[in-house]
Write a protein that binds this ligand. Structure first.
Ligand code: ADP
Ligand code: ASP
Ligand code: MG
Length: 420
C-alpha cells in the first residue's frame, strides 16, 4: 500500500483533477488517495460558518452559492452528468445551514467546513471511476476517530487502527479515495484536525496501514531551502532526515504540516514531497538517515510576529515559579511560543500575531510588567554560514537574536525583502 496526498492547489480546477488521475493511473498496486478541499474552499467554508453563526441568512445564501457553483462547474467540466454525484452532499449542507446554530462555534465549524473535503473526494472518486480507474470512496470519519476537541481534534490511534485495518483487509478494492483533515468522535460527530491537516491524515493512514511510503503532491518540486514565494532563488533539497524535517516544520516551514513527521518516523515510513506539475521529477525524500548530504543554509521566515517581554513587578528574578505561571497563561490562550529567551529579570517570547493575544497580555499584566513590539518577522537560518547571515541581514533591523551551533534565529523589524 502507498498513500498519496493531494492538496487544494492540485485539485483547484477540472484540469487539476485530470492531472491527479494521470498521476495515480501510473500506479497499479494498492493505493490510498487522500484529497483536501478544492482550491481555497476551506477559506470559503470558514466564511460560510461565520455568516451562519451570525444568522445572516442572505450572506449564508450568497456564500453557499459561491461554494456550490464552484463545485458544480468543476464536476460538469469533468464528465457528463458530473453534478449528480454531489447533489446529495449539497442538499445536506443546505439543510444544515437552515438549522439554528448552537452556541459552540468550534463544534458548528466542524459540522460545516468538512463539506469541502466531502465534495472534493466525491468528485475525484467519481471521475477516476469514469475514466476506468476503479476505486472506492471512503468516508474517513468512520475510521479516523478522535476526541471532541473541535477544530484541533486528537486521534484515538488504537481505535483508528482497529477500524481502518478491518475495512481495508476485507475490501475487494485496491484503490481508495479518502478525505484529509477530518475525523469523527465515538458519537459520530464530525471533527477536524486543524488547518492544513491533510498532510497529517496522510501520515495517520500511512502509519496505520504500514504503507511503503507517503507521497505528498505539491506545487513545488520538493522541499526547497526557502519558501519560493518569499525567496525566488530557492533550490531543492534532495534528501532530509526526519530529524531535519521536524526541525524545519517546527521553525515554520509551511511545506509540510508539523504533525506529519512523527507518525512516519515512528513507523520508519519514508515521506516523498513531489511536484504534481512534473510527476517524473524525483522530489525530496525524507527518511531515517544520518544527514550525509551537505545541507547548505535553509531559511524559514515567519511573518506577523509579536515580541512580548515579561518581567516581575517587584524586581525579583524570573525563576521556575514565575515561568510556570507565564507558560500556563500562554497555554490557556492557545498561544505557541516561536522563540524564547530569559535573563535574570525578563522573559521574551516571539509569537504569531492573533486575536487571542490581547486577552493573554491582559492576563499577564495582572501579575507582571508586559511590553510588546508588533510588525516583526522571525527569520531562522538552519545550517547558517557567515555569508548567509550577512546576505539576509543586510539593511535589516535586528530586534532580538538567538544563535546555536546549527541554527541562527533573528527577530526583525518588518521591511521589504530585496534579493538580487
Ligand atoms: P498543499 O496544497 O498540500 O496544501 P501547501 O500550500 O500547504 O500545499 O504547501 C506548498 C507551499 O509551501 C508551496 O507553494 C510553497 O510556497 C510553500 N513553502 C514554504 N516553505 C517551503 C519550502 N521550504 N519548500 C517548498 N515549499 C515551501
Ligand atoms: N482543506 C484543509 C485546509 O485548507 C486541510 C488541508 O488542506 O490540508 O486547511
Ligand atoms: Mg496545505
Amino acid at each position: 500500500m502507498k498513500v498519496f496526498k493531494f492538496g487544494g492547489a492540485s485539485v483547484k480546477d477540472a484540469a487539476g483533477v485530470k492531472n491527479l488521475a494521470k498521476i495515480v493511473e501510473q500506479h497499479d498496486d494498492s493505493l490510498m488517495v487522500v484529497v483536501s478541499a478544492m482550491g481555497k474552499t476551506t477559506n470559503a467554508m470558514e466564511a460560510l460558518v461565520e455568516a451562519y453563526m451570525m444568522r445572516d441568512l442572505s450572506l449564508v445564501s450568497e456564500r453557499f452559492g459561491t461554494v456550490m457553483d464552484y463545485h458544480i462547474q468543476i464536476s460538469e467540466a469533468l464528465f457528463d452528468g458530473g453534478v449528480s454525484c454531489i447533489s446529495e452532499l449539497l442538499s445536506l449542507l443546505e439543510d444544515k445551514l437552515k438549522t439554528e446554530p448552537s452556541l459552540n462555534y468550534d463544534f458548528e465549524y466542524d459540522q460545516i467546513v468538512p463539506f469541502g473535503e466531502l465534495l472534493s473526494t466525491t468528485i475525484v472518486s467519481a471521475y477516476l471511476n469514469v475514466v476506468g480507474y476503479t476505486n472506492e470512496w471512503i468516508d474517513i470519519r468512520k475510521y479516523i476517530r478522535t476526541d471532541d476537541c473541535y477544530r484541533s481534534a486528537n486521534v484515538n490511534w488504537d481505535l483508528t487502527a482497529h477500524l481502518l485495518k478491518s475495512e481495508i483487509e476485507f475490501s475487494q478494492k485496491q484503490v481508495f479515495v479518502s478525505q484529509g483533515f477530518i475525523g469523527s468522535t465515538e458519537n459520530n460527530l464530525t471533527t477536524t484536525l486543524g488547518r492544513e491537516g491533510s498532510d497529517y491524515t496522510g501520515a495517520i493512514l500511512a502509519h496505520v496501514l504500514e504503507a511503503e511510503y507517503l507521497a505528498i503532491w505539491k506545487d513545488v518540486p520538493g522541499v526547497l531551502n526557502a519558501d519560493p514565494r518569499w525567496y525566488p532563488k530557492a533550490t531543492k533539497v534532495k534528501e532530509l532526515s526526519y530529524w531535519e524535517a521536524i526541525e524545519l516544520t517546527y521553525y515554520g516551514a509551511q511545506v509540510i504540516h508539523p504533525k506529519t513527521l512523527k507518525p512516519l518516523q515512528n513507523a520508519q515510513i519514508p515521506l516523498l514531497v513531489k511536484s504534481f506539475v512534473d510527476a517524473s521529477e524525483p522530489g525530496t525524500i525524507i527518511k531515517s538517515s544520518e544527514q550525509h548530504e551537505y545541507l547548505g543554509p535553509i531559511y524559514v521566515l515567519k511573518q506577523d510576529q509579536v515580541l512580548i517581554s515579561v518581567s516581575p513587578k517587584d524586581f525579583s528574578f524570573i525563576i521556575e515559579e514565575s515561568l510556570s505561571v507565564i507558560f500556563q497563561i500562554f497555554s490557556k490562550h492557545r498561544i505557541s511560543l516561536n522563540l524564547m529567551q530569559t535573563s535574570a529579570l525578563n522573559l521574551s517570547v516571539c509569537v504569531d500575531d492573533s486575536n487571542r493575544l490581547e486577552a493573554a497580555i491582559a492576563d499577564l499584566q495582572q501579575q507582571f510588567v508586559v511590553r510588546y513590539n508588533v510588525d516583526l518577522e522571525l527569520l531562522t537560518i538552519r545550517h547558517y554560514t557567515n555569508e548567509s547571515i550577512d546576505k539576509m541581514l543586510c539593511n535589516k533591523e535586528v530586534i532580538d537574536s538567538q544563535v546555536s551551533r546549527k541554527t541562527a534565529r533573528y527577530v526583525l523589524k518588518k521591511t521589504e525583502w530585496l534579493f538580487d
